[in-house]
Design a protein around this ligand. Structure first.
Ligand SMILES: [Cu+2]
Length: 154
């Protein structure tokens, strides 16, 4: 009879261990890295959106993609320094990690010579305070001037 009891205790202990193990391994909390990520598109002589709105005071990740037919890049002047991506090929992507910014406006542009002057620029606006709703989707540009000048000169 004693042996039966011992086995019973051991068995219970093993069962408890098993339960503890499976419980601990099954209890993975998803530590979602909080943070803001924005998609930026580069194309022939435009950065979209032309006004890039980010929250002030927290890091922001910009996911930049070249959706055009030529090489582009993305640079932003943060005042103390300029951050920029590598030159992107058509279809290429890059990630730019912005530090926490003071509220204000920052200039962004494409570093390819002539592109900024031709309108390939944007304003990055850092604003404090979330939930200033009213996202009015007026991003449509009327008539995109189809530049007829085949731009591969020189
Ligand atoms: Cu460009």
């Amino acid at each position: 009879m004693k042996r039966l009891i011992v086995f019973g205790v051991v068995g219970a202990a093993i069962a408890l261990l098993g339960a503890a193990c499976s419980a601990s391994s099954g209890t993975q909390t998803q530590g979602g890295g909080e943070g803001t990520a924005l998609a930026i598109r580069l194309k022939e002589l435009a950065i979209q959106p032309a006004t890039i709105q980010v929250p002030a005071g927290e890091p922001v990740t910009l996911n930049i993609s070249d959706v055009g037919a030529a090489q582009h890049s993305f640079a932003v002047d943060l005042g103390s320094r300029v951050l920029q991506t590598d030159m992107l090929n058509p279809g290429g992507t890059a990630t730019l990690e912005l530090p926490a910014l003071d509220a204000g406006s920052y200039q962004a542009w494409c570093t390819v010579p002539g592109h900024r002057e031709a309108g390939m620029q944007a304003t990055l606006v850092a604003a404090s305070g979330n939930g200033s709703g009213g996202a009015s989707g007026n991003g449509e540009m009327g008539g995109m001037g189809m530049g007829g000048n085949g731009g591969s000169g020189d």
